[in-house]
Design a protein around this ligand. Structure first.
Ligand code: MRU
Length: 372
């Protein structure tokens, strides 16, 4: 996607850096929207830290980052022992998004049976393939989501041409950041929104701030702005009220893991939006590439480990001070305790549909796309 006038992906390879080794470039998402800062990752440990500290984040992107983490490991040591050690460290770096485990298992399946002399090059090739595939999956999600949005505008009682002629706004609410920053490119939940905007649909996005780390306010607002999509940042508590006022036509969120039965695990607060959407008959969709579906589990409330992050993310907020520096300020009493569950599970009964690269499915129809 565009940043200024330049086309970017969120992760790419820098060829032939020092001693003819390859490095991985990432956009440091902890600095956005204030600084557009590119970091160079040169070894496995740095990639593990980048995932843990959320310099790279979003389920598909941490899958791609983990794949490159395996490639960086193979550049250092191609032994079985180091391969297994790298896999364990990467898988443990964040527990909830299944894409991470999916990508590492895919790398292991390819590399373990292979002669050690071939592993380095094969690992870089496979990580690049995972990235390219992610881009195609997200573009397909965009096409299916666009059809859904166009159809929904017709269901407002008028056809798309009339809506366009009358400049009728289609309001979509989203939570967290499931845009191109959360993937290699295009995004999941935001891919249909970009497609609709590009097709001339008059979309406007309600952007949940998404406490505690504010991925909506910092990242979604920034990337929508870069692409010229009209949007408004709202506090996390505003969505239900806006739905009651008839100001939300559709909710689209991403996911970190979806069960085979259609339970959707996503950023904390998603469940509350789904409840409000259900109560107000607003359609609620999750946009999900197939590597985000965990076919091995059925009950999201029981089978998904919810990441518990450090309480300082609740106690402090980061922002730009008047002197232009990035600063953290404490917003709770020094003596107060914090709890910081990073994800929640929206039961399938609250989900209208899942937008995948294969089309849009009711949660109980999701199994029809299972390939293996
Ligand atoms: O903690 P984060 O920022 O990695 O959480 C991201 C989300 O919850 C996204 O909605 C999800 O990963 C889907 S990204 C396409």
């Amino acid at each position: 996607m565009l940043v200024g006038q330049q086309q970017y992906r969120t992760i790419w390879v820098l060829e032939n850096t020092s001693q003819h080794l390859q490095a991985v470039a990432i956009i440091d998402q902890t600095k956005l929207p204030h600084d557009f800062d590119i970091s160079h990752i040169t070894d496995l440990q740095q990639m593990v830290v980048a995932i843990k500290t959320m310099q790279v984040r979003g389920a598909p992107l941490i899958g791609a980052a983990a794949a490159y983490g395996m490639a960086l490991a193979m550049q250092h040591d191609t032994s079985d022992a180091y391969l297994q050690q790298a896999a364990v460290q990467l898988i443990q770096s964040r527990p909830t998004a299944v894409n991470l485990n999916w990508a590492v298992q895919r790398m292991l399946k390819l590399l373990l049976p292979m002669a050690t002399t071939n592993r380095n090059q094969a690992a870089w090739n496979e990580a690049a393939a995972i990235c390219d595939e992610d881009v195609l999956l997200n573009q397909a999600i965009g096409r299916h989501g666009l059809a859904l949005i166009e159809n929904a505008t017709k269901n407002q009682g008028q056809n798309l041409a009339q809506n366009l002629a009358q400049n009728k706004v289609f309001n979509i609410l989203t939570h967290c950041n499931a845009g191109w920053l959360a993937t290699v490119d295009f995004g999941t939940a935001l891919s249909p929104i970009y497609a609709a905007h590009n097709a001339g649909v008059n979309v406007h996005v309600w952007v949940d701030e998404t406490r505690p780390r504010n991925q909506g306010a910092s990242l979604t607002a920034w990337e929508l702005g870069q692409h010229g999509v009209p949007h408004t940042v709202i506090s996390d508590n505003a969505g239900g009220h806006l739905m009651q006022q008839g100001l939300v036509d559709m909710v689209i969120v991403g996911a970190d893991r979806v069960t085979s039965t259609g339970d959707v695990c996503n950023k904390i607060g998603t469940y509350l939006k789904a409840l409000a959407a259900f109560d107000n008959r607003v359609p609620f969709y999750a946009a999900v590439p197939s590597p985000t579906i965990d076919w091995s589990i059925e009950n999201g409330l029981i089978d998904i480990e919810i990441e518990q992050r450090h309480g300082d993310e609740v106690a402090y907020m980061q922002g730009l001070a008047l002197d232009g520096s990035l600063q953290n300020v404490r917003i709770i009493p020094l003596a107060s305790q914090t709890a910081n569950p990073a994800f929640d599970v929206t039961p399938a009964r609250l989900v209208t549909g899942i937008i995948t690269e294969h089309g849009v499915f009711a949660p109980n129809q999701l199994r029809s796309i299972q390939r293996e």
